[in-house]
Design a protein around this ligand. Structure first.
Ligand code: SRM
Ligand code: SF4
Length: 555
């Protein structure tokens, strides 16, 4: 007789939460602590917030017998990463009030604000609400922010595809009104029955769930890293439908060999809005019903899929949707980097993609990006779009306004910073890591820029300074900066130590492999120096660094 494994603690918290309410209201009114109750720390994620503490100050606070310096991070739900000028102005002011002051663009095309004290959470959410922004389901065991290719100038069907990001996001929102009650003082549910939620029921999903939409030839969303990846199939500027890929996910745990990164597998093609949404919905219900709820390390869709096998999974999906998926259509990606500088779309609107190092929008000695974007927003002459590479597009600028916007970008150093930054630097990604991420083992966004500063002379020495070799760093193996999809991946193992991964491609279609473990900076630089030297001598035609390493193998 097999012994059933117990459900995880998180499962108990979700089902007992009365539609994600828990005791959040009581936690918020407790003035004796800057923290919230333990179970509420799980529930608050479903509302788009995380309890964190300043890790730089832990030791000092502990020595003084003080509570850790708790604060909260808020992540907005922003399907397709789009914001109006009005919304940007509000975001700017909100950031200036009770946060660290930095607007952090994430690798999933939205923004996070850090350092918000408990007492400022409600006012902050309220302020976002006045401009129709929310953080519902930006985190937690639900569908997260739906990403969509950011470069509108690349395709005439962008608007049509982008609309799917919003439709999917709305379809997969939890039905509970808890967010409005707790954060926006809507009338409390009190003793009334909890809202019915046919999709999430009372247990939600076994784990986080992610959906991304790519429009070939761009794969700027790294579509294959998602639980569901939709690849737009476009013929003669007409959207035919989507290839549907399932089971992407990058997180692993050091030392736990059952965990692995996985790229999504394309299982077919689907067309027609109703069918497309139905297919997405039912992939989510399969994960809801078959995902592992006894071990959170093994509960993402990728593991469910590998346990079931692709054929059984597809059969189950077709049974649930009531029609057969068509054979996948051919598609090809040719790039996933951002198109920096000015681009024009088919309607004559202009788009400026600015380089935002590690996604931190702020004013510093390099450029006054935050001031520039605010001045543009105040003029109402542009909207804003975030990219999954942590950059920003100043969007929808009319021909007549281009010079005006350009002058602001010039005046505050945004254009010169974008143009003068090296190719590797501009395509790099680093996750947040210290000082706010509780899971960080090593630095990432605070360190990668200086490491690249040491790699740049090596690139110059080997004549590779114009080559945008992709480098991505994370402070732990959870994969928030998608390091296993880079040509050079650096994954933190301990303070100042990283596993070095090599051999990914530039299109997001091949994972890299671990080459060496626990390297310090000197060792990383030495290995890269040799590898770059060999690459220059032995590469074939226009072979990329990642492809060269992959062909030659790691030794
Ligand atoms: Fe992530 C957890 C930051 C994209 C995989 N991620 C976290 C937390 C919330 C730490 C925590 O659980 O307390 C980090 C907050 C740090 C902070 O202080 O802000 C965090 N993840 C981020 C962001 C902000 C990184 C960035 O610098 O941009 C990205 C926010 C995305 C968003 O807007 O929704 C972010 N995280 C990703 C991605 C990339 C992606 O989705 O394209 C991944 C890999 C893809 C995937 O999901 O497999 C990713 N984050 C994780 C995981 C590992 C999940 C797993 O299946 O094992 C965790 C830990 C967990 O869930 O237990 C995690
Ligand atoms: Fe934190 Fe790890 Fe994600 Fe980096 S990869 S933000 S260190 S959880």
């Amino acid at each position: 007789m097999s012994i059933q494994k117990p459900l995880t603690v998180v499962e108990r918290i979700k089902t007992a939460s009365r539609g994600l309410r828990g005791t959040l209201s009581e936690s918020l009114s407790d003035e004796l602590t800057g923290a919230i109750r333990e179970d509420d720390q799980t529930l608050i994620k479903f509302h788009g917030m995380y309890q964190q503490d300043d890790r730089d100050r832990r030791e000092e606070r502990t020595a003084k017998k003080l509570e850790w310096l708790y604060s909260f991070m808020i992540r907005l739900r922003l399907p397709g990463g789009y914001m109006t000028a009005e919304q940007w102005k509000a975001l700017h002011h909100i950031t200036g009030e009770h946060t660290t002051g930095v607007i952090k663009i994430t690798t999933r095309q939205t923004v996070q604000l850090h350092g918000i004290l408990k007492s400022y959470l409600r006012p902050t959410i309220s302020a976002f609400d006045t401009v129709a922004l929310d953080s519902i389901a930006a985190c937690g065991d639900v569908n997260r922010n739906v990403t969509c290719s950011a470069h509108t100038s690349q395709s005439k069907v962008h608007a049509e595809v982008f609309a799917y990001a919003d439709k999917i996001s709305m379809m997969a929102l939890p039905k509970t009104r808890a967010y409005y009650e707790i954060w926006l003082n809507d009338e409390a549910l009190l003793e009334k029955a909890v809202e019915e939620d046919p999709l999430y029921q009372d247990r939600y999903l076994p784990r986080k769930f992610k959906i991304g939409i790519a429009i070939p030839p761009d794969n700027d969303v790294d579509v294959m890293s998602n639980d569901i990846g939709l690849i737009a199939i476009v013929e003669n500027d007409h959207l035919l439908g989507f290839n549907i890929a399932v089971g992407g996910g990058l997180g692993t745990t050091h030392g736990n060999t059952s965990t692995y990164p996985r790229l999504a597998t394309v299982i077919g093609f689907v067309s027609g809005e109703e069918r497309i949404l139905k297919a997405v919905y039912e992939v989510i219900t399969i994960q809801r019903d078959y995902g592992d709820r006894t071990d959170r390390r093994m509960s993402r869709l990728k593991y469910t899929l590998d346990r079931m096998g692709i054929d059984v999974f597809k059969k189950e999906l077709e049974h649930r949707i009531g029609f057969k998926l068509e054979k996948e259509k051919p598609f090809a990606f040719s790039q996933r980097k951002d198109h920096f500088g000015w681009q024009r779309n088919h309607e004559g609107l202009w788009y400026y993609t600015a380089f935002v190092e590690t996604g931190r929008v702020t004013d510093d000695s390099k450029m006054k990006l935050k001031t520039a974007l605010y001045e543009i927003a105040e003029s109402g002459k542009a909207a804003f779009r975030f990219t999954c590479n942590q950059n920003i597009v100043v969007a929808d600028v009319a021909d007549a306004d281009k010079a005006f916007v350009d002058e602001i970008l010039q005046r505050y150093g945004v254009i010169s910073f974008t143009e003068s930054s090296g190719a590797m630097r501009r395509s790099a990604i680093a996750c947040v890591a210290f000082n706010t991420c509780p899971l960080a083992l090593a630095e990432a966004q605070r360190y990668l820029p200086s490491l690249i500063g040491k790699i740049e002379p090596l690139l110059a020495k080997h004549g590779l300074d114009k080559d945008d070799i992709s480098i991505r760093m994370t402070g732990c193996p959870n994969g928030c900066g998608r390091p296993t999809m880079a040509e050079i991946g650096l994954i933190g193992t301990a303070y100042g130590k990283y596993n070095l991964h090599l051999g990914g491609d530039r299109l997001g279609l091949r994972l890299n492999q671990q080459y060496k473990s626990d390297l310090d900076e000197a060792a990383i630089l030495e290995i890269l120096d040799h590898a770059l030297d060999a690459y220059v001598k032995e590469r074939v035609d226009d072979e990329s660094f990642g492809d060269y390493i992959y062909r030659r193998g790691l030794s």
